[in-house]
Design a protein around this ligand. Structure first.
Ligand SMILES: Cc1cc2nc3c(=O)[nH]c(=O)nc-3n(C[C@H](O)[C@H](O)[C@H](O)COP(=O)(O)OP(=O)(O)OC[C@H]3O[C@@H](n4cnc5c(N)ncnc54)[C@H](O)[C@@H]3O)c2cc1C
Length: 523
């Protein structure tokens, strides 16, 4: 039997009995077969000694049960790793960070508690998936849209707390969070924002409440177990239009991003983006990739010209009244026209509501708020998974070109055998550059991949770029780079952690923050 770190088997089996008393025997899992289901199938340490396979999982069905589990965990000093739907693939899946940690699986708490389609918000439990939420809204024909990330089987809870993103104007998921209910490490239940006011009428309508605003300290966090989340939804729009801006030269990226940034900051473009080169975002072009390795631009531009393919493509989506959508695209085209040779392509255009038959004909429904799993069909054939490397970089083409050149150099130096396949997404005022690192069920491949990843973390940090989110395996590495003034931020995080979670029972090591008793050995 696997054990939580530092625990005797006697204490562990006593604790399991208390968990069973809290949730029922059938909701406490310990068999190897069950633990296999909680392994991270995209693990970069698959089958290695330190692969973080849990010792047990416990699945409560309500807040009181969560509190009872937390009380038992405090009594026996058992570390818990909270998951909502546990689909965090690329960042740790449903596995904890350390071997033996108990997974607190909130999938059974899957009630849609409220949808308001006049002021456009939802109050949800952790186990509600994007599919569940969409279905609930669709069945009732409510006047709201959700914003799913690419795979729709995850949860608004897990994805928003991890600060994930989607495609509609609500694409910054943590930005859309309004009010949480949290079981604290002491077992006490707290509500943030207006929820602290008993009988509050605006818990999901005004974020800040009164006094210091604490909702954000529960994102990417080990300070609480979030049992209810308020999220803002998008009023179902009248129309959708997508158009692509194509440019032809390597350095055209610079004005492309300048104009995009201005349109985004002005609120004219409000969608999430996937900006990249059709040479690596579409069908494979190995010739292009190998030419990139040479670092010389001219052959690449010639290749693009020969293939009559744009060098960079920026797909944009517009949402709202049909007249406004048309005017926004016209205005965007006018602004992008300052780039020599720019070409525009009109894409999909819809008026809502769509019938089920219309929806069935649409290849990619995610940008129109309908969750799907079709992204998995776009992964390279034979893919066994990937890890996202995703530094935040300035909203400038120069920074992107600098990053791409650095990524390519490091890939070449460490012999990865591929060029960086980066795609750019946007947050307000900043870009995120995402390179997906393939993982395999092969120890040697994964070892090399980790070396490459860590080198990129270091080189990015040296240029002032830091990751927005990472796989559990690299949380310590990333946290080490956020080191201004002798790690003042980490000291502050640890001070809060020690105060609210003195026994260190919640998600130890999450984002590089360790409880006192595990701090030294994991420093
Ligand atoms: C092909 C592919 C495409 C992807 N595309 C996207 C994308 O477009 N956008 C995107 O954002 N992601 C994307 N991902 C990553 C991932 O699939 C999603 O982010 C997914 O939604 C996260 O899983 P989840 O919602 O089940 O969260 P969970 O796995 O349930 O939770 C994630 C983490 O959040 C914390 N947490 C969860 N619940 C709680 C709670 N109740 N209280 C406290 N802490 C909690 C825990 O640390 C947990 O490990 C993609 C992955 C793949 C494989």
């Amino acid at each position: 039997m696997r054990l939580p770190p530092g625990l005797s088997s006697k204490d562990f089996s006593d604790a399991l009995q208390e968990f069973e008393a809290a949730v029922g025997k059938q909701w406490v899992f310990t068999s190897d077969e069950d633990m296999d289901l909680y392994r991270d199938s995209y693990s970069p340490v698959w089958n290695e000694d330190d692969e973080p396979i849990p010792s047990a999982a416990v699945a409560p069905d309500g807040v009181e049960q969560v509190q009872a589990i937390v009380r038992a965990a405090n009594k026996y000093k058992i570390p818990l790793w909270t998951i909502s739907t546990g689909k965090n693939l690329g960042y740790g899946g449903s596995a904890p960070l350390l071997r033996g940690i108990v997974v607190l699986d909130l999938k059974r708490m899957n009630r849609v508690l409220e949808i308001n389609d006049k002021n456009h918000y939802a109050l949800l439990e952790p186990g509600v998936s994007y599919f569940d939420l969409y279905q609930y809204i669709h069945e009732r024909q409510l006047n709201v849209w959700i914003d799913p990330p690419d795979p729709g089987w995850g949860s608004p809870m897990g994805n928003s707390l991890e600060r994930g993103g989607g495609y509609t104007p609500m694409h910054d998921h943590f930005d859309a969070v309004c009010g949480l209910e949290v079981v604290l490490p002491s077992g006490e239940v707290m509500r943030t924002g207006m929820g602290a006011l008993p009988g509050a009428k605006t818990w999901q309508q005004y974020k800040y409440g009164f006094g210091p605003y604490v909702t954000p300290i529960f994102s990417q966090s080990s300070l609480g177990i979030v049992t209810k989340i308020g999220i803002w939804l998008y009023p179902a729009p009248e129309a959708y239009f997508s158009g692509t801006v194509n440019v032809w030269k390597h350095r055209d990226l610079i004005p492309l991003i300048d104009v995009f940034g201005e349109l985004q900051n002005a609120g004219i473009v409000r969608c999430g983006i996937s900006l990249g080169s059709p040479f690596w975002l579409g069908a494979p072009h190995p010739e292009f990739d190998s030419m990139r390795a040479s670092g010389s631009v001219k052959p690449l531009e010639d290749y693009a010209e020969r293939k009559k393919m744009p060098y960079w493509s920026l797909p944009l989506s517009f949402y709202g009244p049909a007249k406004v959508v048309a005017a926004e695209w016209e205005y965007a085209k006018e602004k992008f026209s300052s780039i020599r040779g720019v070409a525009f392509e009109d894409g999909a255009s819809y008026r809502f509501p769509l019938s089920d038959e219309d929806v069935a004909r649409i290849r990619d429904t995610v940008p129109i708020g309908i969750p799907s799993l079709q992204i998995f069909s776009l992964l390279p054939p034979g893919s066994q998974g990937h890890i996202g490397f995703s530094p935040i970089i300035p909203m400038s083409g120069e920074a992107v070109l600098d990053a791409m050149a650095m990524f390519d150099r490091v890939h070449q130096e460490l012999g990865s055998g591929r060029a960086a396949l980066a795609v750019l997404g946007s947050f307000p005022r900043a870009l995120v550059i995402i390179d997906l690192f393939p993982v395999e069920r092969n120890v040697e491949h994964n070892r090399k991949m980790r070396e490459l990843y860590r080198r990129l973390v270091q080189e990015s940090a040296a240029r002032g770029w830091g990751e927005y989110r990472t796989h559990t395996t690299f949380m310590g590495d990333i946290s080490n780079t956020y080191s201004f003034n002798n790690h003042a931020l980490r000291h502050f995080h640890e001070t809060i952690k020690d105060a609210v979670d003195p026994n260190g029972i919640l998600s130890p090591g999450k984002c590089g923050i360790w409880p006192k008793h595990l701090r030294k050995e994991n420093a």
